[in-house]
Design a protein around this ligand. Structure first.
Ligand code: AMP
Length: 449
């Protein structure tokens, strides 16, 4: 596969053709170069090379960048540099589609801005709004927000407005719009002063994103680091064609083969995520589910356990497929083929991040051939077949059937439990709870022996 190309679209000519191999070459000040070094960022990534010099020239930027390309640093560094030059409260607002992504952006602001005492607050749904109002009253330098909750504060939090904001960043703009945040974004932008810089980052340039940029950016420079749907060059992609009923068997076989590495497994539904987690845990794998129906705390807890390597396998629905910055994911397994081809790009973008290599394997059953072929059309090439030994996989058949039975029983037990508690359906969080109980029971039994 071709290496990602870098291009700077000269909506108005930008002289960025000279090779810049360090942050200093890009015009980043020493203080921030040091902060990058402390994070282990030795040289800028292609999107950083393309976007930072343009942003430092005080221009609006549209960045088209693949996931894992280092795009967060591409906007944080110019924002911090401008903040250092003109210190001010409520200097920058970053809008992002999901809470997880917001947390990660804040983490990078905190890490890069620590030495200069930058104060950054998170304004996202699912957490206490009163505490957030108190945080806003402290007038932070940076606000990282999801659009819905920010609009709530604009209407309810006394004394809070965005008039002072000098930098607006819209991250994953395509996703913000796909999640129907267009009205909220327009409300927010109307609150901002026109004398501001705007940076818009998006994996894809959809017509809605185009409309957004025309409405809200001023003579922007477009920078792009890859062709439209290119995946990163160090990503090795393959597929296996298997009967639907054998998916769990092949999953266990592959997980046994690849050993103790970090893996994200993407499933189509919340139920499939939970069932597969139960099966894998029954087989002795350390797996943890993550999906949109879990509470915010449980989601973060799951992610942190995975990040801390307490769990080596994360089972996720597409809610987790974008924006999550998990530094060392070795494998992405698409247990179910994503219905939307673009989600494939976002899912496999969880591995092979920031120059590292990674492996993506997609399971294709007899029911998913057509959807899978659409992905190959989008990619423009055919995926190679992941080598498997059918005989070796079949050895696991009985054990898998037993684990599947266990998972079915466990799920109906949990459904009953949640029914008694008056909850409508099995709550996703129960999976981990139930697994936790099982683990403890297992330990007790062992202890008795
Ligand atoms: P992002 O695409 O912004 O989510 O970044 C993906 C990952 O790349 C994050 O873990 C960043 O910490 C890391 N990263 C960003 N810039 C660099 C760099 N210049 N060198 C090495 N890692 C980086």
């Amino acid at each position: 596969m071709a290496a990602p190309s870098t291009s700077v679209d000269t909506m108005e000519s930008a002289d960025d053709t000279k090779e810049c191999s360090t942050f200093k070459d890009l015009g980043v000040i020493d203080e921030l170069c040091l902060a990058c070094k402390q994070l282990g960022w030795t040289s800028p990534t292609p999107i950083q090379k393309a976007a930072i010099p343009v942003a430092l020239k005080d221009r609006d930027v549209i960045g088209l960048a693949e996931t894992g390309s280092g795009k967060t640093g591409a906007f944080i560094l110019p924002v911090l540099q401008a903040l250092i030059a003109r210190p001010q409260r409520l200097f920058c607002l970053v809008l992002t589609p999901t809470r997880e992504l917001a947390f990660q952006i804040k983490e990078q602001f905190d890490a890069l801005g620590k030495a200069m005492g930058v104060m950054c607050v998170l304004i996202v749904g699912g957490v206490d709004i009163t505490q957030q109002a108190l945080d806003l009253a402290k007038r932070p330098h940076i606000i990282v927000a999801t659009p819905g909750r920010l609009v709530d504060h604009l209407s309810k939090t006394k004394g809070f407005n965005l008039k002072a904001v000098k930098y607006l960043v819209m991250d994953e703009a395509d996703r913000i719009l796909n999640m129907d945040f267009e009205v909220e974004v327009n409300t927010i932008v109307k609150e901002l002063s026109r004398a501001r810089r705007t940076m818009l980052f998006s994996a894809t340039m959809t017509s809605k994103v185009n409309k957004l940029q025309r409405a809200h950016l001023n003579d922007p420079v477009k920078v792009e680091v890859s062709s439209k749907y290119q995946t990163v060059s160090k990503l090795h992609q393959s597929m296996i064609f298997i009967p639907c009923k054998h998916k769990h068997m092949y999953l266990a076989y592959i997980l046994n083969e690849i050993g103790n590495v970090s893996v994200i497994i993407f499933c189509a539904t919340q139920l499939s995520t939970m069932k597969t987690a139960l099966i894998l845990r029954n087989l002795g794998f350390t797996a943890i589910p993550l999906h949109g129906k879990m509470t915010q705390n449980k989601r973060l807890g799951a992610l942190n356990k995975f990040k801390a390597k307490e769990r080596s396998i994360l089972l996720a629905t597409d809610v987790a497929s974008r924006g999550l910055d998990i530094p060392s994911v070795d494998y992405v397994i698409n247990f179910d083929v994503p219905m939307h081809s673009k989600d494939y790009i976002h899912r496999v973008g969880r591995t092979a991040r920031a120059g590292k290599s990674g492996i993506a394997i997609t399971f294709v059953s007899q029911y998913e051939v057509e959807v899978f072929q659409r992905i190959e059309v989008l990619l423009g090439y055919k995926l190679e077949v992941y080598p498997t030994e059918k005989e070796e996989a079949l050895v696991l058949e009985e054990r898998i059937a037993e684990a599947e039975r266990f998972a079915r029983l466990e799920m109906s037990r949990l459904n009953e439990k949640s029914g008694k508690k008056g909850r409508k359906r099995l709550h996703a969080d129960d999976t981990e709870e139930s697994l936790g109980v099982r683990e403890r029971i297992g330990k007790k039994k062992k202890g008795k022996k």
